[in-house]
Write a new protein. Structure first.
Length: 95
């Protein structure tokens, strides 16, 4: 497994979003973050899933949140970019 030298917890939200998009490229990945209630969560998810869209509008601020599709719960979730502290995608592991 490759260890990327970028410390994802110290990046700005824009840099974090760009880094995630570059590393993931539509693949399934796991992300660890702190939920709003303060608990930790690790989620297996994917970016760019459109199959389950119901025609609603995404009202989240893309500079603050990453909208992903939770592969276990089969539902869309929003992850606050500022709370992400770990990402794993195939052979890329970013802490």
């Amino acid at each position: 497994m490759k260890d990327n030298s970028v410390n994802i917890a110290t990046l700005t939200n824009d840099d974090k979003r760009q880094n995630i998009l570059e590393k993931v490229q539509g693949k399934i990945f796991s992300v660890s973050f702190i939920k709003k209630d303060g608990t930790e969560r690790t989620m297996v998810c994917r970016l760019g899933v459109q199959k389950h869209l119901t025609g609603g509008k995404n009202v989240n601020d893309p500079s603050q949140h990453l909208t992903v599709f939770d592969m276990h719960k089969k539902a869309y979730r929003n992850v606050a970019l500022g709370t992400i502290y770990q990402l794993r995608c195939k052979d890329v592991f970013i802490k």
